[in-house]
Design a protein around this ligand. Structure first.
Ligand SMILES: [Zn+2]
Length: 83
């Protein structure tokens, strides 16, 4: 890996394939999710607007950098929907 340990700061990110598998199960349980990642340009923690969608790359609102989420990994925010 080219990223040194701690490149994503205090955040825990996981491989995209692993996240996708985990979220398939959460969706089946009635959760919504929003993908979260750390901008490769400015280091800001970002959450995508579109729920229940995973992106392999994403733009930053602050610095316009494109982050390679497939290479860098991501995390997610969960919300239980069936109340
Ligand atoms: Zn940025």
């Amino acid at each position: 890996m080219s990223n040194p340990i701690g490149a994503n700061g205090p955040y825990n990110d996981f491989p995209l394939a692993e996240v996708r598998q985990a979220l398939d199960e959460r969706l089946a349980e009635g959760f919504m999710f929003w993908q979260k990642f750390t901008c490769a340009g400015c280091g800001q923690r970002l959450t995508v607007e579109q729920p229940n969608t995973l992106y392999a790359t994403a733009n930053c609102d602050n610095c316009d950098a494109v982050t390679d989420i497939a290479a860098q990994g991501c995390n997610y925010l969960l919300l239980k929907t069936d109340i």
